[in-house]
Design a protein around this ligand. Structure first.
Ligand code: HPA
Length: 279
């Protein structure tokens, strides 16, 4: 981290501490079209990103750009309603700064969500996929030298908890590998064939930086993709952002049901993963 990044990081850490983020047990980042989950938060208090010192903010349509504090199923949560992407010009450090700070403040579990293009023709649109791993193809990393070599950032036990919750509330949940790409353009048909052959199940433009940073900072990390479209060349139409946001909305009910059930189950386990401030 250079001096400028360090200043930004310290500023955001202080802002988040002042906002009471250290009380949250679970942090959730909401991807394109998935923002309405914030409506399910009880006693919600929202703060626009541009009022938070040190917080990089996104201008992508479908991303509201605010933090929401409150409770979901009785568990203290903080939601990031919208994220910033590398393709907007943010660095890996900036794109993951908020989740790294939340992990440092003691958030036990981080649930990352995103919209993604599906590489499996048999999957319905929209549907949900839990990430078992990712391929970071974004030509960037938020990790410092001493943070190398930690393997996959996705927590196996948290993954099993999510699968169990999905089964109990009757939400179909695929499992697969997410190829994180630089964006902002969608892939060519040839690129899609390449990613599928290399073992990816979905393609998207976010999540990897945040997962790596929060895991390195001590949080348990899980991620869920909303498969909003078939990746380019796998259906009759080319992907577009409006379709992605609309499919996210369509999946909203299942998504909210699943996330709420997951948060409740994490809450009933107590804070056991993160040994930072909160613990
Ligand atoms: N490709 C990359 N990112 C995406 C897609 C896609 O098809 N759909 C939603 N985000």
């Amino acid at each position: 981290m250079n001096a400028e990044m360090k200043l930004g990081h310290e500023a955001l850490l202080e802002s988040l501490r002042g906002l009471g983020a250290a009380d949250a047990q679970v942090a959730i980042v909401l991807g394109s079209g998935l923002g309405p989950l914030a409506d399910a938060v009880d006693d919600a208090r929202s703060v626009p990103y541009d009022e938070i010192d040190g917080m990089p903010s996104s201008a992508v349509p479908g991303h509201e750009g605010r933090l929401v504090f409150g409770e979901l199923g009785g568990v203290p949560v903080v939601l990031q309603q919208g994220r910033c992407h590398l393709y907007e010009g943010w660095s890996a450090e900036e794109a993951s700064r908020c989740v790294r700070c939340l992990a440092e403040l003691g958030v036990d579990a981080l649930l990352l969500t995103n919209a993604a293009g599906g590489l499996r023709p048999e999957w319905e649109i929209p549907s949900l996929m839990r990430l078992t791993d990712h391929m970071n193809l974004q030509r960037a990393t938020p990790l410092a030298l001493h943070e190398r070599g930690r393997g996959t950032p996705y927590d196996v036990e948290l993954g099993a908890l999510i699968d169990g919750a999905a089964g109990e509330v009757g939400v179909d949940l695929h499992k697969g590998v997410y190829a994180a790409l630089p964006g902002p353009t969608y892939e060519t048909h040839a690129e899609v064939r390449m990613h599928a052959r290399f073992g990816a199940d979905a393609v998207g433009m976010s999540t990897a930086q945040e997962a790596l940073a929060a895991h390195a900072a001590g949080a348990r990390v899980a991620a869920i993709s909303c498969i909003t479209n078939m990746a380019a060349g796998l259906s009759d139409s080319e992907p577009n952002h409006e379709e992605v946001v609309e499919a996210g909305r369509q999946a909203g009910q299942d998504f909210a049901k699943l996330i709420t059930a997951v948060v409740e189950r994490i809450g009933s386990l107590g804070a056991e993963g993160n040994k930072n401030e909160r613990a």
